[in-house]
Design a protein around this ligand. Structure first.
Ligand code: HEC
Ligand code: HEC
Ligand code: HEC
Ligand code: HEC
Ligand code: HEC
Ligand code: HEC
Ligand code: HEC
Ligand code: HEC
Ligand code: HEC
Length: 420
């Protein structure tokens, strides 16, 4: 039935509808939008979607009596989705044809189909109606950089979300998170936007057992370590959530060694509060290692800065310290294995790099000191030489008595007085 609804206009869409189309004479803005859109390239025109008579210049004639306004969300979804799930129609465009099926399985689609509640996202809410672009096009409402606005238009609206018992803080929290800042402030498209975690047409909160996979798409090393940990089994058994259990979902912040504390608000302590819990020993051991490395890296950074301010050239030492920082990040990934001794190898290598940095700095400081001593001696010798020369000149010129300078004359006079 849906198929029949758009099959007819698709055929009549072959009619030319450029400048001559009456529709755009009266609906200029829609015409401009459509002309820029991805649909314009594939022969989708006003009448393909709305019906009507393209050539007519009179409104009544143009609209005819079967104009489809598509202002009803359910009708629009079936119409867009109908063409997009038509394998014949989509052949040659390299597009998937499962958007409609997926949409009906999503929280959005289910609500629309079951209750006809149009407060949910439809094709048009996410993609627009006339100005439709590829998701990779920055003009698209669901381009990664625009999702917080698009999804947030509803998901940041407390009143609307309250009706469904949902929180409305996802956009705000996401904006302030490591991911949000990397994406929106630094423009790093490798960082996730809403649909990287939730999917697009099947938009749904990832279920507990899927979260790890969602985060693991990008954080593969961490994911591998997590799979080895006792928490993997705990998550499967439903006694904790995978990544979200420790990092949260929308408000993920920079992790630090403090998370490994079993007291003072540390994350490990939240679940391992019983003093006899074996998790506490592991957490404490890991915290010791990580906090020590942080401290040593920090101190070494300070002494690098101090040395640099004294004019030392420290390129190699900066390189060593960068390597130490890299090893520290790898150790951070390894903490996810949550078992005794996993950090010892990396800890040693990291400390070796720190030691190498420090030796380098110390060596250059020694060289600087030696240079200073040498320069001191050099100037002393030069001064001595100059002094001796002056005394010598005075002696020699003084005896000869006839000098051209005032100083020498005075000296000569003094000599005469002495003699007299
Ligand atoms: C002579 C001017 C004119 C022409 C030609 C014209 N329209 Fe319209 N159209 C209007 C006006 C005015 C409205 C405002 C609503 C109304 O009065 O029906 C409108 C409304 C619409 C609406 C919204 C209807 C609703 O119920 O919300 C659609 C969709 C539409 N036109 C599509 C088209 C298409 C497609 C064509 C070409 C086949 C076209 N129009 C040609 C003047 C025109
Ligand atoms: C891909 C399908 C599609 C095409 C092609 C299309 N429209 Fe629409 N149009 C829609 C949908 C869907 C809506 C309803 C939008 C909404 O509810 O926000 C709409 C709404 C409208 C409206 C009423 C609301 C408004 O934006 O003013 C007019 C008028 C209109 N279209 C005219 C046109 C004209 C003229 C063209 C050709 C230049 C055109 N449309 C091409 C899908 C289409
Ligand atoms: C008559 C069939 C038809 C209808 C109706 C239709 N589309 Fe399309 N759509 C296409 C075709 C064909 C393409 C491929 C265009 C191209 O790549 O040149 C396309 C492209 C797209 C794209 C870009 C896909 C990409 O990433 O390349 C989106 C998004 C899209 N359509 C959404 C919609 C929405 C939303 C509606 C309803 C308002 C709709 N379409 C209605 C046929 C249709
Ligand atoms: C909740 C927002 C949302 C809704 C609702 C939505 N889409 Fe999308 N759509 C996206 C996002 C995000 C992408 C890009 C990522 C992807 O391909 O999954 C996309 C991609 C697409 C593409 C390109 C797919 C490809 O193979 O490149 C088409 C076509 C499309 N959507 C059509 C539709 C149609 C038709 C509907 C309605 C049945 C719809 N979308 C509903 C967000 C949405
Ligand atoms: C037009 C408003 C609107 C837009 C735009 C919208 N949503 Fe929704 N969304 C809703 C409503 C309303 C619900 C609640 C439906 C229900 O509970 O039945 C919902 C539900 C959800 C849920 C399920 C929440 C839960 O726990 O049940 C997720 C996840 C979601 N949306 C993600 C997204 C993402 C991601 C985007 C952007 C790509 C988006 N939404 C865009 C209105 C919207
Ligand atoms: C890094 C992944 C990630 C990103 C990015 C993300 N979410 Fe979520 N979101 C989740 C996870 C995981 C859950 C489920 C939490 C749980 O089960 O405890 C969730 C839950 C939700 C829920 C339902 C539960 C609730 O408490 O409201 C909505 C709605 C939602 N997200 C919307 C959004 C929107 C809108 C964006 C973009 C601004 C977004 N999310 C970005 C991972 C993400
Ligand atoms: C689309 C890829 C992607 C997805 C999905 C993703 N992330 Fe990220 N994540 C990133 C990028 C990119 C960064 C920024 C890294 C940086 O700042 O160097 C990041 C940063 C982080 C950080 C901070 C790392 C640091 O050293 O500051 C944590 C923690 C994190 N993500 C956890 C998660 C969790 C938990 C999930 C799932 C709920 C998740 N990520 C989903 C790409 C992703
Ligand atoms: C048991 C708690 C816990 C769980 C579960 C957990 N993390 Fe972590 N995560 C941490 C701690 C603690 C750190 C920081 C350790 C440090 O650097 O001192 C961290 C650091 C990170 C980092 C930054 C280091 C890096 O390798 O870039 C990322 C990214 C990250 N976690 C992602 C994830 C992902 C993805 C998952 C799920 C597969 C996950 N975490 C599960 C506790 C956890
Ligand atoms: C959200 C709750 C939660 C958090 C946070 C958490 N754990 Fe766990 N942990 C569990 C659960 C549940 C188990 C499995 C049940 C058990 O044996 O206690 C477990 C088991 C363990 C075990 C195995 C214990 C054994 O019996 O052999 C270790 C080790 C461990 N966790 C270390 C950590 C470390 C280190 C942290 C902080 C980075 C941490 N956990 C944070 C819930 C958590």
């Amino acid at each position: 039935m849906v198929a029949a609804a758009y099959a007819l206009p698709v055929a009549s869409a072959q009619a030319p509808q450029g400048e001559a189309s009456g529709c755009v004479v009266c609906h200029g803005e829609a015409g401009l939008q459509l002309a820029k859109s991805t649909h314009a390239r594939s022969g989708v025109t006003c009448t393909t979607c709305h019906g009507g008579v393209a050539e007519a210049m009179d409104k009544e004639q143009a609209h005819g009596d079967a104009l489809r306004p598509l202002s009803d969300p359910l009708q629009a979804v079936e119409f867009c989705g109908g063409c997009h799930s038509d394998i014949e129609r989509m052949r040659g465009f390299g597009l998937r044809t499962d958007q409609l099926d997926l949409y009906w399985s999503s929280v959005h689609g289910k609500r629309l189909s079951e209750t006809d509640d149009a407060e949910v996202a439809t094709c048009v809410d996410c993609h627009g109606s006339h100005g439709i672009f590829r998701a990779s096009d920055p003009r698209s409402p669901i381009h990664k950089l625009n999702q917080v606005e698009t999804c947030g238009g509803c998901h940041g609206d407390e009143e609307r979300m309250g009706r469904y018992g949902l929180r409305a803080d996802a956009p705000e929290l996401f904006r302030g998170s490591v991911h949000g800042r990397a994406l929106l402030e630094e423009g790093r498209l490798s960082s996730p936007a809403c649909t990287d975690c939730h999917g697009s047409h099947g938009a749904t909160p990832p279920r507990v057992e899927q979260v790890g996979d969602v985060c693991g798409q990008c954080h593969t090393t961490v994911q591998e370590q997590f799979e080895r940990s006792p928490h993997r089994a705990a998550a499967l058994a439903g006694s904790m959530e995978e990544c979200v259990g420790c990092h949260g979902n929308h408000a993920i912040s920079e992790p630090s060694a403090n998370m490994l504390l079993v007291d003072r608000g540390g994350t490990c302590g939240l679940c391992h509060s019983d003093p006899n819990d074996p998790g506490r020993a592991v957490a404490t051991e890991m915290h010791g290692v990580m906090a020590r490395l942080d401290q040593e890296i920090l101190e070494t950074e300070e002494s690098l800065r101090d040395a640099a301010s004294k004019g030392l050239f420290l390129e190699r030492e900066h390189g060593y310290l960068d390597e130490a920082r890299g090893l520290r990040v790898r150790a951070s990934s390894l903490t996810h294995a949550a078992s005794q001794g996993v950090l010892s190898d990396l800890e040693q290598r990291c400390r070796a790099m720190i030691a190498q940095t420090r030796e380098g700095i110390a060596g250059k400081r020694r060289a600087l000191r030696d240079r200073k001593i040498f320069t001191g001696i050099f100037f002393f010798v030069v001064l001595l030489f100059v002094g001796v020369t002056l005394v010598y000149r005075r002696e020699v010129y003084g005896r000869r008595g006839g000098a051209g300078t005032v100083g020498a004359t005075e000296a000569a006079n003094a000599d005469e007085e002495d003699a007299g």
